[in-house]
Design a protein around this ligand. Structure first.
Ligand code: PMP
Length: 395
């Protein structure tokens, strides 16, 4: 449409939408979604909380409230962040519509058309969708099992003009499941200081750790206020609440608040009140700890099934947490075509082909596979069928 603004050119429908519509249909096994397991939502507790809130004494739960978020929820989030090595006050926290709104607001605050955002290779597709309307240019930095390669990052920072922001998902990244090592986190902060760029740390999977020790957040290593930390209740409580947060220096936080006011006035008061009631009335740490064995089991089952059934020449990541493994097929295999021609029609299996996860120079021979929420028998049957088709196609 010629009357659309220029930014509309950068808001194209994603190729993923088509086949994601298949998820949930009978006969389809979806490794594509990456949704948290709905059997793990604390429904009974939330039911009681909403019942209480929807009474005349709590009519203010249906009223407008502050655009930064309700004071109780900001304080509770600040308390959890402080306990996680990021000492902060309620005023330092902005409540957002999920982590996704944080991505949108940060891009709006920092990115003029042509400014460069440095992303991991591959990166979270939803972040690219959020950033694109601001018309950024992208640079991307390879990853290995220690996360973003900071030597390659240094090279990019040395040779690229107008870098404003480095975007990273350090814990159990979407889509690779990889975690950035402590040494790399430190180096990233050093490089950001040296080259004077902002860092956007996005951590929705941070608390879904199944093995090993929690690493300090990048924000906790930041001494110059250049790291913006995003978090979310989507994976630890429920994504339908649409609740996330931004932790940032006062000047940044205030400007993000103004942009949030412009975008949507505030998050729904009812959901913020409910989340605050959940956090103060129940033990969310116990709730999270209670979810981990389910996800750990699903991860182990998927990795073991892949190991058993995928042919030689296929590689995959072994995530310590989160919801995803990233599978790399031999070069020459186009995952989207393999899915369209074989996986869907012959096995009823869907996953997410890799190309849209690349900010630059897309690679087509990988896939993101989520182990969350697929019943054991379907998971094993899906991976087994996929292995058989891969053997055939790669032969
Ligand atoms: N960042 C990453 C890396 C994600 O994977 C997601 C979604 N799963 C989000 C942000 C946004 O999630 P939400 O808006 O539900 O918090």
């Amino acid at each position: 449409m010629t009357r659309f603004a220029r930014r509309a050119e950068r808001v194209q429908p994603s190729a993923i939408r088509e086949f994601l519509a298949l998820a949930g249909q009978p006969g389809i096994t979806s490794f594509a979604g990456g949704y948290p397991d709905p059997t793990l939502f604390p429904i009974e507790q939330l039911h009681k909380i909403y019942d209480d809130l929807l009474t005349p004494a709590n009519a203010s739960a249906l009223q407008y409230t502050a655009s930064d978020g309700t004071p109780e929820l900001r304080a509770l989030v600040a308390g959890r962040l402080t306990a996680d090595g990021m000492p902060c006050a309620p005023d330092d926290v902005l409540i957002t519509q999920g982590g996704q709104q944080g991505l949108d607001l940060v891009a709006k605050l920092f990115i003029d058309a042509g400014d460069v955002i440095v992303c991991e290779r591959p990166t979270f597709l939803g972040a690219l969708i959020a950033f694109n309307p601001c018309e950024p240019a992208y640079a991307s930095v390879p990853m290995d099992d220690e996360g973003l390669d900071t030597d390659a990052l240094e090279q990019v920072l040395r040779t690229t003009q107008r870098v404003k922001l480095i975007y990273t998902v350090p814990d159990f990244q979407n889509p690779t499941g990889r975690t950035m090592s402590l040494a790399r986190r430190r180096r990233l902060v050093e490089l950001a200081d040296e080259f004077d760029v902002m860092v956007l740390e996005d951590t929705p999977y941070r608390e879904l750790r199944y093995d090993g020790e929690r690493l300090p957040s990048i924000k906790s290593l930041d001494t110059s206020g250049r790291v913006i930390h995003l978090g979310s209740f989507s994976k630890i409580l429920a994504p339908g609440l649409r609740l996330g947060w931004v932790l940032a220096e006062p000047e940044i936080r205030e400007n993000l608040s103004l942009l949030k006011l412009a975008a949507d006035t505030q998050n729904g008061t009812l959901n913020m009140r409910a989340a605050a009631a959940y956090l103060s009335g129940f033990d969310i740490e116990a709730h999270i700890a209670g979810m981990l064995p389910t996800y750990r089991h699903q991860r182990d089952l998927m990795l073991a099934s892949i190991e058993e059934h995928f042919p030689a020449g296929v590689r995959w990541t072994r995530p310590d947490g989160g919801l995803f493994t990233w599978v790399t097929f031999p070069e020459g295999l186009d995952t989207a075509a393999f899915q369209r021609d074989h996986l869907i029609p012959r096995a009823g299996v869907i996953l997410v082909p890799s190309a849209p996860f690349f900010a630059t120079e897309p690679e087509v021979n990988h896939a993101r596979m989520s182990f969350s929420g697929v019943p054991d028998d379907r998971l094993v049957a899906g991976v087994t069928a996929m292995g058989g088709l891969l053997r055939e196609v790669l032969a």
